[in-house]
Design a protein around this ligand. Structure first.
Ligand code: GLN
Ligand code: ZN
Length: 653
């Protein structure tokens, strides 16, 4: 399973090889077209385009390196033809092929595949209106040229929210006689459209494509945004007036099309102007103090004064940890009982006192378990947190939460991203109370546990009235305050999770460096002010960062824990070779995504393999992510084996 471009939606990656045989298995596209038609609705069926399908697949295990996915084009196109012919027979007049890979960096060979694929399909497609849709980024000039010269195609769709440069390409040349689907309404976010601005963009495009060939559209499908504002009871009317979920976006698209056709709904447009003005001038959006500090932050580099090896020495003097220190990533099992306590507290069914005492009891249980297991650096288990972003968002200013703003992540799984609508401030400490309480229960170091700025940003609906980096710096500043308060409260080890840092990488390589620069800078801002003796950890939920290793190192954390249990040792060599990484590193020694309990032997084996490439004094031993989705009956034996394996290896050093 992998994420669909830079969205939170997952798809199962086809694994293909030279002997893969395609056949027309599911007739879903046709049967759903017919189902809608029976209801009187003539839809435009949408299929993933053949070239994107192949380019988003991967070679199956064991397939020769020389195998090219695109070599399968010849065997997949006949299936596409079958589908197209069946759709035509069912009465379809339009068909849409999504070819979003066109916004990525493609080479000449890949681009040539588009030309030959659509030439091959041309005959089957004749008699249909064919739309090729692209989205999520600017389309490179070369790809634009290829796209707009495809044969058999009648329409092109573009994301004009993320594709500002695409707009220039369209303006400079657009094939005559073709339809232009102009994605002017943001399909990825939840903000009401600036209708006047969109209308004027559309009017300028009428001159390019012709009045009867311009189609108003959202920038991409609506599956990555929330569904309908009518389901929101909690959001206040002011904030609601600034928003448009999928159902409202459809109305916006219609209103724009009508306005283009000379039937402008003046009242609707006027209400939109008023809503935008209220958003712009609302005191809830602006926090001048935050803006001032952020402006001052941006210019300079923020780094801890001492280098990581010297810091680790200073920390070790204080922490006095065993070699190969053991720790966990933060959360302990989230039981039904815990969820009930949080729910009842939120619904004011139990008092604050009862809530605090229930959470305190849970923390003390988690502390005791870890002491019994003889883990070196403890966690409090995060029992007070529903979600690693929501928990912080609820305590920061500038955030709003929906009741039902769900976005599909996979199958029936959804996420409910917070909405960042204003300057982010941290009015009060967010975690100090619980961390301090947890530390008071043990003489071992207790990790303070925070979510990092890039992760909070990447897992939220972000404001569109300032650049993303600006919002990220604001969050960084809020987390910085928390880090400093934790340190002042006697917490010596603080973990700042950047689970989603990699997810924010732009789709085009040319934009990577800029993103990584501000995302990593934001991380450093959070902890550049602590003493050498305060140990900063970070955790990341992935292991493929060969390409961003320099940025990871540039985060300058003292210890980094990463997911590794499902991959091989190759990743570790990245740390070992290229760059001499002086910080501590804890590549997960077992997979928490599975209920399987790893044996002592296999964990020992993993540790030994890691020791073959990493220095003994920098290796940490930990699971590969938080334990919240596991049961105690899995966690206890697994951690027991993890500690036994560590102790076994220590005797062999
Ligand atoms: N500290 C978090 C936890 O343990 C980290 C979760 C994550 O990386 N996704 O739950
Ligand atoms: Zn993780």
């Amino acid at each position: 399973m992998t994420k669909w471009f830079d969205t939170n939606y997952h798809f199962i990656v086809p694994e293909l090889g030279p002997s893969t045989k395609f056949s027309y298995a599911s007739h879903k596209a046709v049967s759903e077209y017919k189902e809608a038609k029976v209801l009187g609705i003539d839809t435009a069926p949408v299929l993933i385009g053949p070239v994107s399908y192949l380019l988003l697949s991967k070679p199956a295990k064991g397939v020769e390196k020389s195998f090219s996915l695109l070599s399968l084009l010849g065997s997949i196109l006949p299936i596409y033809k079958e589908v197209v012919i069946e759709l035509k027979a069912a009465g379809a007049s339009w068909i849409q092929f999504d070819e979003p890979t066109l916004v990525k960096d493609l080479d000449a060979h890949e681009l040539a595949a588009f030309a030959s694929a659509y030439a091959e399909l041309e005959l089957a497609l004749s008699g249909l209106n064919v739309l090729i849709e692209t989205y999520f980024a600017d389309i490179p000039a070369e790809s634009y040229k290829t796209l707009t010269s495809l044969s058999g195609v009648t329409a092109y769709g573009f994301d004009l929210i993320r594709g500002a440069k695409t707009l220039d390409l369209i303006r400079s040349s657009f094939p005559s006689g073709k339809y232009l689907f102009a994605g002017v309404v943001d399909g990825r976010n939840i903000w009401a459209d600036d209708l006047a601005a969109s209308l004027s963009t559309l009017q300028s495009l009428e001159a390019v494509a012709g009045k009867d060939k311009l189609v108003v559209s959202t920038s991409c499908s609506l599956m990555h945004t929330a569904v309908d504002l009518v389901n929101e009871a909690k959001l206040d009317d002011e904030i609601k007036s600034w928003l448009a979920f999928a159902a409202q976006k459809v109305v916006e698209v219609n209103a724009l099309a009508k306005a283009l056709a000379g039937q402008k709904d003046e009242a609707y447009f006027a209400a939109n102007v008023a809503a935008l003005a209220s958003r712009k001038s609302s005191p809830r959006v602006t926090n001048e103090e935050v803006q001032k500090v952020v402006a001052a932050l941006k210019g300079s580099d923020h780094r801890r004064a001492t280098n990581v090896s010297a810091r680790l020495d200073a920390q070790q003097k204080k922490l006095n940890l065993a070699v190969l220190p053991t720790t966990t990533i933060g959360s302990f099992p989230q039981t039904m009982e815990l969820r009930r306590v949080r729910r009842e507290y939120k619904a004011k069914k139990i008092s604050e006192e009862e809530y605090v005492s229930a959470i305190k009891e849970e923390i003390s249980k988690v502390v005791k378990i870890q002491e019994e297991l003889d883990i070196d650096v403890l966690v409090h288990g995060e029992p007070e947190r529903n979600d690693m972003v929501e928990y912080f968002g609820e305590q920061l200013s500038g955030f709003a939460f929906t009741d039902n703003g769900w976005v599909q992540s996979y199958g029936s799984r959804c996420v409910k991203p917070p909405i960042i609508y204003g300057d982010v401030g941290r009015p009060n400490p967010m975690t100090v109370f619980w961390s301090k309480m947890a530390q008071s229960m043990t003489s071992r170091p207790m990790k303070g546990m925070l979510t990092g700025p890039a992760t909070i940003l990447n897992w939220s609906f972000v404001r569109n009235d300032q650049p993303r980096f600006e919002t990220c710096y604001q969050i960084a500043l809020a987390i910085k305050k928390e880090v400093e308060d934790l340190e002042a409260a006697g917490i010596q080890v603080i973990q700042i999770d950047e689970a989603a840092l990699r997810e924010g990488l732009p789709l085009r390589k040319s934009e990577h460096a800029f993103y990584l620069d501000w995302a990593v800078h934001s991380f450093r801002i959070t902890n550049c002010g602590v003493q050498d003796t305060t140990q900063i950890h970070t955790h990341m939920c992935y292991s493929n960062f060969n390409d961003i290793i320099h940025s990871i190192i540039d985060m300058d954390a003292d210890v980094i824990t990463i997911e590794n249990s499902r991959s091989d040792e190759k990743l570790l060599s990245v740390f070992h070779e290229g760059v001499k990484y002086g910080a501590g590193i804890g590549p997960g020694v077992y997979d928490i995504h599975s209920p399987r309990i790893p044996t002592t032997e296999e964990i020992a084996d993993r540790i030994n393999k890691m020791l073959a490439v990493l220095d003994t004094n920098i290796l940490w031993v930990n699971p590969d992510c938080g334990l919240k989705t596991r049961k105690y009956t899995e966690v206890k034996p697994a951690l027991t084996n993890m500690v036994s394996a560590t102790k076994l290896i220590r005797t062999q050093l």
